[in-house]
Ligand binder design. Structure first.
Ligand code: ARG
Length: 468
C-alpha cells in the first residue's frame, strides 16, 4: 500500500483542509473492498460500453476506457497495482489509475453513474458469485453424506431424543436427515439469488440521471434479469446481503449440529465413528488424545456467521433512504461469513468423506435404554385392542422389571411378562428385537433399511441431478 495520492484529490474541489488523522483511518474501505476489483471493473466496462452505444461518450473514449480497464485488471491480477488509502475505495482507486493511463477520457466513465450505484452493483455481483460457489460446495457435501448413507443403510444405531436412547434407527437414515437440511439451505440460497438478480447500475446517486442511459443493456450485459425498478431502493437496500447472510447463518447452524454430533460420536464413551487424522489434532501434553478440532471450529464459526447477519441488520435498521456511509460496514461481515461458511462446508465434507463408522459400538449402544419399548406398546395395541395410553403404562412396568433384573426387554421370561399383563404371549418376542423394530418402521420417510435405500436413490436424483 503506497500513499502518494493526496487525500480528497478525487472530489476535493470545495475542500480547503484535508481529513483528520482519525478520519483518514475510519473512512477508507480499500483494505477490504479491494476484493471487489473484478466486479468493479466488469461493472465499469459494461457501463462504458452502454455510454458508447447510447452516444453519450465517443467510441474513441469508450475504446480507451475499455483498454485501460483491461490493463488495470492485469495489474491487479499480477499484484503490481498500488492501492491507496487516500483514494478511499476500490472505485476511486481504479478510476484514478485509469486517469493515469488514459488521461481525460477516464473522467467520462463516471457519466450517469455514482459510487452509490457502483458499490450496490459490486456487492450484488460479489454476493451472486458467492451464492453460486456455495451452491457447488453444498452439493458436494450432500454427495459425501449420501455416499455414507448408502454404505450404512443397514447399520443400526440408537436414535436419540433429549440425547437419551429413544428408538433404533439406521446410521444412513440419520445422515440423510442432514442431506435434507442442506437441501433446504441450497434452496434458500437459490431463492435469495433469484430475488437479488436486479441491476442497481444507473440508479446513479439516488434519483436516476438525465443522461439517456440504457439500464436494460447494462443489466443484461452483467447477467441480471432486469434493472431494479426504483433508483432509491437500488442504492439503499442491502436486503440481498442480509438474506444471503441469514441463509448462511441457518446453514452454519446445520453444520454446527452435525459437528456437535461428530464430537459426541468420537468420544470413547460413544465410539460410534472415527474421524481421520486429517481433521483432528493431538494434545501437546496428553499423548493419548485425538481431538476433533475441525468439528469444534465448524461449531464455533457458526457464532460469527450468525453475528454477521445480526450485525448487518443492525447497521441497516436505522438508515433513512437513500445511501449512507454506514452501509460500508456491510462488507467485512459479509466477506467474513461467506469465507468462513465455505471453510466450514469444505471441512465438513472432508470429515464426512473420511469418516469411519463403527457399527459394533453402535449396535452395542442400541441395547442400552430399552429401545424397543414402543414396539411392545404397539404390539399390545395391535394384538389386544388395548388403548395406547394403557399399553404405555403396561410397557413401563415391563421396563421396570427389566431394569431390576439388569436385562433387556427381549430377555424377560414370558411368565414375568404375563404377570405384568396376561394378554402377552410368546409372539411378543418377534417384535422385541432391535432388527424387528427397525424393519417395521416402513412408513414413508421412516428408518427401515428398505426405505433408507429408496431415500438414498431419491436424494441422488433430487440433489445431485443423478438420473441413474
Ligand atoms: N466505500 C463505500 C461503501 O462501501 C462506497 C460508496 C461510497 N459512496 C459515497 N457516496 N461516499 O459503501
Amino acid at each position: 500500500m503506497t500513499d502518494s495520492t493526496p487525500a480528497n484529490s478525487m472530489w476535493g474541489g470545495r475542500f480547503a483542509a484535508g481529513p483528520a488523522e482519525a478520519m483518514e483511518r475510519i473512512n477508507p474501505s480499500i483494505d477490504f473492498d479491494r476484493r471487489l476489483w473484478r466486479e468493479d471493473i466488469l461493472g465499469s466496462k459494461a457501463h462504458a460500453e452502454m455510454l458508447t452505444a447510447q452516444g453519450i461518450i465517443t467510441a474513441e473514449d469508450g475504446a480507451a476506457i475499455a483498454q485501460g480497464l483491461d490493463d488495470i485488471w492485469g495489474e491487479i491480477e499480477s499484484g503490481s497495482f498500488k492501492f491507496s488509502h487516500a483514494l478511499e475505495d476500490i472505485h476511486l482507486n481504479v478510476e484514478n489509475r485509469l486517469r493515469e493511463k488514459i488521461g481525460d477520457a477516464a473522467g467520462r466513465l463516471h457519466t450517469g453513474r455514482s459510487r452509490n450505484d457502483q458499490i450496490a452493483l459490486d456487492m450484488k455481483l460479489w454476493t451472486r458469485g458467492a451464492v453460486d460457489a456455495l451452491e457447488v460446495e453444498l452439493k458436494d457435501l450432500q454427495a459425501a453424506l449420501i455416499e455414507q448413507a448408502d454404505r450404512h443403510a443397514e447399520t443400526i444405531m440408537p436414535g436419540f431424543t433429549h440425547l437419551q436412547p429413544a428408538q433404533p434407527v439406521t446410521f444412513g437414515h440419520h445422515l440423510l436427515a442432514y442431506v435434507e437440511m442442506i437441501g433446504r439451505d441450497r434452496s434458500r440460497l437459490a431463492d435469495a439469488r433469484r430475488r437479488l438478480n436486479e441491476s442497481p447500475l444507473g440508479a446513479a446517486a439516488l434519483a436516476g440521471t438525465p443522461f439517456p442511459i440504457d439500464r436494460h443493456m447494462t443489466a443484461s450485459k452483467l447477467g441480471f434479469d432486469r434493472p431494479a425498478a426504483n433508483s432509491l431502493d437500488a442504492v439503499s437496500d442491502r436486503d440481498f446481503v442480509m438474506e444471503v447472510l441469514a441463509a448462511a447463518g441457518i446453514c452454519a447452524v446445520h453444520l454446527s449440529r452435525l459437528a456437535e454430533e461428530l464430537i459426541i460420536w468420537t468420544t470413547p464413551q460413544f465410539r460410534f465413528v472415527k474421524l481421520s487424522d486429517a481433521f483432528t489434532t493431538g494434545s501437546s501434553i496428553m499423548p493419548q488424545k485425538k481431538n476433533p478440532d475441525g468439528a469444534e471450529l465448524v461449531k464455533g464459526k457458526a457464532g460469527r456467521i450468525l453475528a454477521a447477519f445480526t450485525g448487518t441488520a443492525i447497521v441497516l435498521k436505522g438508515l433513512p433512504l437513500a445511501y449512507g456511509k454506514d452501509m460500508q460496514e456491510d462488507k467485512e461481515p459479509c466477506f467474513d461469513a461467506v469465507d468462513n461458511l465455505g471453510l466450514c462446508i469444505a471441512c465438513t465434507t472432508g470429515m464426512i468423506r473420511d469418516l469411519q463408522a463403527n457399527p459394533d459400538s453402535m449396535r452395542k449402544a442400541v441395547v442400552a435404554g430399552f429401545p424397543t419399548a414402543t414396539d411392545l406398546a404397539d404390539w399390545l395395541v395391535r394384538e389386544t385392542g388395548m388403548p395406547f395410553r394403557d399399553a404405555h403404562h403396561v410397557t413401563g412396568r415391563a421396563v421396570k422389571a427389566a431394569e431390576e433384573r439388569g436385562c433387556g426387554l427381549e430377555d424377560l421370561p414370558l411368565d414375568v411378562l404375563r404377570e405384568i399383563h396376561p394378554a402377552i404371549d410368546d409372539r411378543i418376542y418377534g417384535v422385541l428385537s432391535v432388527e424387528a423394530s427397525l424393519n417395521a418402521r416402513t412408513s414413508y420417510g421412516g428408518t427401515a433399511p428398505v426405505r433408507v435405500r429408496e431415500q438414498v436413490a431419491e436424494a441422488r436424483k433430487r440433489f445431485l441431478g443423478d438420473g441413474s
